[in-house]
Design a protein around this ligand. Sequence first.
Ligand code: NAD
Length: 498
Amino acid sequence: MVSRSTQESIDALRLNSIPPQGLFIGGKSHDAEGGKTLEVVSPIDGQPLTSIAAAGTADVDAAVKVARRAYEKGAWSRAAPAARKKVLLRIAELIDKHALELAVLGVRDNGTEIAMALKAEPDSAAGTFRYYAEAIDKVYGEIAPTADNILGLIHREPVGVVAAIVPWNFPMMIGAWKIAPALAAGNSVVLKPAETASLSLLRLAEICAEAGLPEGTLNVVTGRGDVTGEALGLHMDVDVLAFTGSGGVGRRLLEYSARSNLKRVYLELGGKSPNIVFADALDLDQAAKVSASGIFRNSGQVCVAGSRLLVEKSIHREFVAKVVAIAASMKVGDPLDLSTEAGAVSSADQLDKNLAHVRTALAEGGELRTGGSRILEETGGFYMAPTVLDAVRPDMKLALEEVFGPVLGVMAFDDEDEAIRFANSTRYGLASAVWTQNLSRAHRMVRAIKAGVVHVNTYGGADGTVPLGGVKQSGNGHDKSLHALDKFHDLKTAWIQL
Ligand code: NAD
């Protein structure tokens, strides 16, 4: 049900002008050195929205110095966990209080449909801050099982300065997955948002300051990846770099680490996730509905999107027809309309990449069932019709490469063995799903699929209690759950002769 008053509030917020945004360093807004800025274009209508500061090496250095100073001072890093918890809970409260404002700001910047953004952005970010707030005074060091005359203690210590580099698809959700556990563990953070989705994270930094986070503990440097991001990656005084984004940039970050101070680098990368439907699935209508939303929500700009649909041959025609019917009837358009089911593609560049993938897939023998083109061009915004391509083979580019757009490739399989072979035939291993009523088969598939998550009879929706991370070239770290804290803690041994 669309709430009239919520829609009215959204419509009012969308008209707010957004002043040029500075860097957030040491609790204050600063211009970048030389006054450099980047224009922010809204994907809703292709019009300039505002500008963000474009941080250079000197600005990044200033942010890291401020973060280090705050860390050494100890107002946060040496505060009792219960004291940190209080501030983190206050941050969550303030995110809730400003949820609509944050969501609308983010959507004007990146184009996610507001119904989804409300849940996935402020709501999820507040939940993440709450989770790590509640966790941090319950995570202990250890006493080792030593001989009687020895005391072996294992302390958990913050690592120092954490740099977090995040993408544009869900800036607040993914930003919070890094910032909240890093802060909970007592670190200082320098955050680099994507150039096309910085606004809500800059506002979040103000909220953190308002909640009582000591000055310099969270800093935000905006700007280009190959300038601002590179300077962070190469910085000699960053201890840990936590990244979510593409494999290509992930590779560079490992190189930056090798060329600088061997900082630890945690990578959450892309996927080409198989969504596998067996003929014995309980409810094919439900499976089709969830499969369609598993690829088309946020216009496919979801790392765990089920972008390869693997269907058992006996139901292939029937099932694909159901998914196509849903895709063709989805409401694509103004992301700030609560009834929109898929918003804008985040930038003109990304839209061009999506369309190029479709052309290549057709040239390689794919068969277009629906979509395949830009729509609503008259709005000036970047919109693409949900697209289904059938007859995809495992060697086609569409089966191997992440599109990161609303493009679903369908492959038919003969039996369980072939489904497993297709599922594992890419360099990625992020997410997956299996639809079957056969419990033994479900468990066999969970074991056989090489991925960080295997959904059974659903797609997506895993909450903060379970880790999210990839295997193979989908990455090496885990966001969410208590396991995420391990990235932001050092273990120190005290070996004491008694
Ligand atoms: P991207 O890799 O282009 O950019 C991510 C971030 O890296 C941005 O902040 C960007 O400015 C920065 N960056 C770019 N070049 C850099 C460089 N040379 N040095 C340092 N930083 C640099 O990714 P994107 O296009 O923003 O996001 C899409 C990608 O993110 C997809 O591959 C998607 O699958 C992935 N992703 C993964 C997850 C996950 O949890 N595994 C979640 C969301 C998105």
